[in-house]
Design a protein around this ligand. Sequence first.
Ligand SMILES: Cc1ncc(COP(=O)(O)O)c(C=O)c1O
Length: 146
Amino acid sequence: MPLATTSASIQEIRKQFPVLGRTVNGKPLVYFDNAATTQKPLSVIQSLTDYYHNYNANIHRGIHTLAEEATRAYEATREKVRAFINASSAQEVIFVRGVTEGINLVASSYGRMVLKPNDEVIISALEHHSNIVPWQLVSASKRVPG
Ligand SMILES: Cc1ncc(COP(=O)(O)O)c(C=O)c1O
């Protein structure tokens, strides 16, 4: 379903992001640097606070209560993301720390598997280096024209 973008709904969405309550240079903050760092809505900030207050343990590593609770919460999130993006399996949902790590993973697994010598990797002229370097590396390893 497309997002409604009436002025009222935009104000409702803005209210979910505490930082957007700030003014910068005398004007309500408008933030566009989402590729670098995305601002967090209150529900995310509260979840992080809840995690540090109540779990704060490594996932998939410990057998104590906190580690097991943290692991369950983490895996429940993977399932929520799976349902949200309509993936057929939670195993298709892989959490990464950022764009660079995600594209490196795709290039070094899928890219390395499918690219053959003399294939061409085409990217736009506007790409951030996080979507250039991983392809250059896999191209060099296959001697694919970069
Ligand atoms: C436009 C753009 N794309 C990609 C990235 C890379 O993001 P990450 O730090 O998540 O690897 C950045 C980081 O600043 C960016 O500004």
